[in-house]
Design a protein around this ligand. Structure first.
Ligand SMILES: CCCCCCCCCCCCCCCC(=O)SCCNC(=O)CCNC(=O)[C@H](O)C(C)(C)COP(=O)(O)OP(=O)(O)OC[C@H]1O[C@@H](n2cnc3c(N)ncnc32)[C@H](O)[C@@H]1OP(=O)(O)O
Length: 327
C-alpha cells in the first residue's frame, strides 16, 4: 500500500474552513453544557467546539479558561468514566479567535490500570493555539489525609456582586479620576454573557476595585447563577474554565494602582490540580490567588479554589506575560 504523503510546508494540521460555524459566544450557558458535556466528536480523537467566549469585550480573542475547560472535556471523552481528571499542564501558544471553531486533537499517550494520560492539541486555522497534558486517576482510598485551613472571610451573602460594588464605588464621592477611569474600563471589558451566567463577589471590594492600595493577592467568591445539574464532569470542566479568571489580574492590579498600564497581558501557561471529584460550581466557591514574583515581563501566580465547607478542591499555577508599552 502506498505510504501517505508527508504534509508539505504550509499544509494546515487540520483545515477547518469547510466546517460550518455559527458563533454563540454570547450564550455561555449553552456553551458550557454543549462543549463541556456534549462536545461534538467529528472523528476518533477529534472534537470540535463552536462556543467560544471572549476574555475581554473589546478583543475577539478567546478566553484562555475556555480552551482549558474544553481540552479537559475532549480528553475526558476518550477515557472511561471511572477515571477522574486530577492534573492538567498547559501552554497557550497563540491567541485563539472567537470567530472560528476550535478543533481538539487527542493523543492517547497511555491507558494504565490506575492512571490514563492524554495530550490535547487545540487547533484553529491549521495552527496549534494551545497544548496540554492531562492525567486521569482511578479513585483510590485515602492513604494519608490532610487539608489546609481555608481563609476566614465574609460570607458571599454579605458582599456585593463585582459590578454592583464597582457602581457603588463610582457613585461615592471619594474616588479619584484615575481610579474611576480604571473601574469604568473594567466594567466595559467584562463580557456581558459572563455576568449573566456567573456571580462574582470580591471579598475586599476596595482593594479589588483599586480604590485602595493592594498586595498582589485577591479573593473572590464565585458560582454559576443557575443549577448546572448533577454531572461531576460538568462541574470539573466549569471549575477548570473559571481558574484562568483572576490570575493575571492578581499580578497586575497593585501596579495599575501605581499608574502602570500594560500594553499586552496574556496567560502563558496554566496548571490545574483537581484534588476532589465531587463539588458544585453552582454553590459558592472561594478563589484565592497570590502572585509571588513578577519580572522580565512575566508574572507567576498561584491559586486555591475552596468549597464553602473548607475543602481545598483545586490548586492552580500560572505564568502570565505582562508587557509595558514599547518606548
Ligand atoms: C463582574 C464580574 C467580574 C468577573 C470578570 C470576568 C471576566 C471574564 C473573563 C476575564 C478573563 C481575563 C483574563 C484573561 C486571560 C486570558 O484569557 S489570556 C488568553 C490566553 N492566552 C493567550 O491567548 C496567549 C497565547 N499566546 C500567544 O499569543 C503567543 O505565545 C505570544 C505570547 C504573543 C508570544 O508569541 P511570539 O510569536 O513569541 O510573539 P512576540 O515576539 O511576543 O510578539 C507578539 C506581538 O507582541 C508585540 N509586542 C512585543 N513587545 C510588546 C510590548 N512591549 N507591548 C506591546 N506589544 C508588544 C510584537 O510587536 C508582536 O506584535 P505583532 O507583530 O504580532 O503585531
Amino acid at each position: 500500500m502506498a505510504k501517505p504523503k508527508p504534509p508539505t510546508e504550509g499544509t494546515p494540521l487540520c483545515n477547518v474552513e469547510h466546517i460550518e460555524f455559527e458563533s454563540r459566544a454570547n450564550d455561555i450557558k449553552a456553551g458550557l453544557i454543549d462543549t463541556f458535556l456534549n462536545l461534538q466528536r467529528i472523528d476518533t480523537n477529534l472534537y470540535i467546539a463552536r462556543h467560544l467566549l471572549k476574555g475581554r469585550h473589546s478583543y475577539n480573542a478567546v478566553y484562555g479558561g475556555q480552551v482549558v475547560g474544553q481540552s479537559l472535556a475532549a480528553a475526558a471523552a476518550t477515557v472511561e468514566d471511572c477515571f477522574i481528571p486530577h492534573s492538567l499542564h498547559s501552554y497557550f501558544i497563540k491567541t485563539g479567535s472567537v470567530d472560528k471553531p476550535i478543533l481538539y486533537m487527542i493523543d492517547r499517550i497511555r491507558d494504565g490500570r490506575s492512571f490514563c494520560t492524554r495530550v490535547v492539541k487545540a487547533v484553529q486555522d491549521g495552527e496549534a493555539i494551545f497544548s496540554c497534558q492531562i492525567s486521569f486517576h482511578h479513585k483510590e482510598p485515602d492513604a494519608i489525609k490532610h487539608n489546609s485551613i481555608m481563609p476566614v472571610v465574609s460570607a458571599p451573602e454579605e458582599l456585593l456582586p463585582a459590578r454592583e460594588a464597582a457602581l457603588e464605588v463610582l457613585r461615592s464621592r471619594d474616588v479619584d479620576e484615575v481610579t474611576a477611569g480604571v473601574i469604568q474600563h473594567f466594567l466595559k471589558e467584562i463580557p456581558d454573557a459572563f455576568e449573566r451566567v456567573f456571580d462574582v463577589r470580591p471579598v475586599n471590594p476596595g482593594k479589588y476595585l483599586l480604590k485602595e492600595d493592594t498586595e498582589p493577592m485577591s479573593m473572590i467568591w464565585i458560582r454559576a447563577r443557575e443549577n448546572l445539574g448533577d454531572d461531576n464532569r460538568l462541574h470539573q470542566c466549569v471549575a477548570a474554565y473559571l481558574t484562568d479568571l483572576s490570575m493575571l489580574t492578581t499580578a497586575v492590579r497593585p501596579h495599575i494602582r501605581k499608574g502602570f498600564i500594560p500594553s499586552m497581558s496574556f496567560s502563558l501557561d496554566h496548571c490545574v490540580w483537581i484534588h476532589e471529584n465531587e463539588f458544585r460550581m453552582d454553590d459558592w466557591m472561594l478563589y484565592e490567588t497570590v502572585s509571588s514574583k513578577a519580572g522580565g515581563s512575566r508574572a507567576f501566580i498561584e491559586g486555591r479554589l475552596w468549597s464553602r465547607d473548607g475543602r481545598l478542591i483545586i490548586s492552580t499555577a500560572q505564568e502570565a506575560l505582562i508587557r509595558a508599552p514599547k518606548v
